[in-house]
Write a protein that binds this ligand. Structure first.
Ligand code: AMP
Ligand code: GLY
Length: 430
């Protein structure tokens, strides 16, 4: 398949607000010909064509790519990456020339296996919480290890668990019970065949994002997300309830530490181990005692972080992605807007537990000073309905963080659907 030097057809894989934001950004490029989403949502259909398919059905995605003459595939969520979609494309004669945005299966283990990520961090002297990993035959050792450390106890399933695989306990009895649940009773299926127990780091979280082409990398804007469902960071973990970019406490001196102690050793480690990393890399960090520690690597962009990062990139983002093809990201000049972006997620009442869908969404057409990135929405007979837990991410940009948040909050109030919920305190700790 020849790639036109002028305009290309792009397929974005996924159905969240992150994928809507990616589509929104590349839609602004004059290098774009046609834009497709698999499966997309009620918002993405206004930017391009939604095509229904399971995102882990690689044969089906292959057919779609061939039928619509796709030149670039951008993978939003981690699942297909960890399952090897990149390798599937690279090993197929008819697909291998498609510009593939996302790392291969080996690289994706940085997110797909916490034990793999921890071993990488430690081998490369990158600061991270102390840890040990245990499998089913080591339950006794796992409990003895818990006895030897002090609370809070951080217990993680090794594999992907949809953001639910990390549990933190003050009570050792509960922690030991959880070890049984994960290792013996397969609480997270194969993902908890192995568990990680790690030291608790009592700090403030932030994330940095890179894009790599296997040789070079570019640092994207930083962000902080709000994972808890309740105000004041209380209650259950969610996929993310809101985000801010840039991170106000990420001053030059702290950024220098992140670059020297985290980013450069990560890049050097990938090179040393000949892990040919191409795609986005999301580094979740904890600022603890004025030092950065890696909490996790993700092999994709974050949701809702993307909804505050991409609106702050002023240069042609599709052009940036095209540079990955020839491994010449070093020739790309990224331009970043120094204003603040905030996003607030409107979610279905009950989320992250059981929630109802099919609620009519009103007033989205009355919003002019925020960008609405759809997650769980679908369009039916010309109207918009909820179809998931995280429904719409309301992004605003302003010179000050507080004004950006104020605008997102005002518009979050304006949009109506039954049992809508959102956090009114995004940014409260900054
Ligand atoms: P993860 O899926 O590894 O990002 O973990 C989910 C959340 O658990 C993180 O965003 C942190 O809030 C928290 N967490 C994970 N590891 C630790 C740790 N070692 N110390 C304190 N909090 C942690
Ligand atoms: N917002 C966190 C994530 O995308 O993993």
């Amino acid at each position: 398949m020849e790639i036109s030097p002028y305009k290309i057809n792009v397929l974005v894989l996924g159905s969240g607000a992150r994928e809507h934001a990616i589509g929104w950004k590349i839609k602004q490029s004059d290098k774009l010909n046609k834009l497709y989403f698999v499966p997309g949502n009620g918002g993405t259909k206004d930017l391009g064509t939604n095509i229904n398919s399971e995102i882990n059905d690689f044969e089906s995605i292959k057919k779609i790519c061939l039928k619509f003459k796709i030149n670039m595939l951008i993978v939003g969520p981690e699942g297909p990456l960890v399952n090897g979609i990149c390798d599937f494309f690279k090993n197929d004669l008819r697909l291998k020339n498609i510009i593939f945005i996302g790392p291969n299966k080996l690289c994706s283990k940085l997110e797909g296996s916490k034990d793999f990520a921890k071993k990488f961090l430690i081998k490369n002297n990158i600061p991270t919480a102390k840890y040990k990993s245990f499998n089913k035959s080591e339950i006794k050792e796992a409990k003895l290890f818990l006895d030897s450390i002090s609370p809070p106890y951080v217990i993680k399933a090794d594999g992907l668990a949809g953001g639910k695989g990390v549990l933190i306990f003050d009570d050792i009895t509960k922690a030991k019970f959880e070890i049984n649940e994960m290792l013996l009773n397969k609480k997270f299926g194969d993902s908890s065949k192995k568990v990680i127990i790690e030291e608790f780091l009592d700090g403030i979280e932030l994330s940095v994002f890179l894009i790599l082409d296997g040789e070079n990398y570019i640092i994207l804007p930083s962000a902080k997300d709000y994972k808890k469902i309740g105000e004041g960071d209380s209650g259950l973990n969610t996929g993310g309830m809101g985000a801010i970019s840039p991170v106000p406490f990420l001053k030059k001196s702290f950024f220098k530490k992140i670059k020297n102690k985290i980013i450069l050793p990560t890049i050097a480690g990938l090179k040393r181990e000949k892990i040919n990393y191409s795609g986005f890399l999301f580094i979740g960090l904890m600022k603890f005692n004025e030092e950065p520690y890696v909490i996790e690597y993700n092999v994709r962009l974050g949701d809702p972080e993307t909804q505050v990062i991409l609106p702050r990139i002023n240069s042609d983002f599709l052009d940036l992605l095209i540079h990955i093809k020839d491994k010449n990201l070093n020739n790309y000049q990224i331009k970043i807007d120094d204003r603040f972006a905030s996003t607030i997620f409107l979610v279905s009442g009950g989320y992250p537990k059981k929630y109802e869908i099919n609620k009519l969404i009103e007033n989205t057409n009355k919003i002019s000073d925020s960008i609405l990135f759809h997650g769980g929405t679908k369009s039916k007979n010309g109207s918009l309905y909820t179809s998931g837990g995280r429904v719409i991410s309301v992004t605003s940009i302003n010179k000050t963080m507080n004004d950006a948040i104020k605008i997102s909050t005002k518009n979050s109030e304006k949009i109506k659907f039954e049992k809508k919920y959102y956090r009114g305190d995004i940014g409260f700790d900054l």
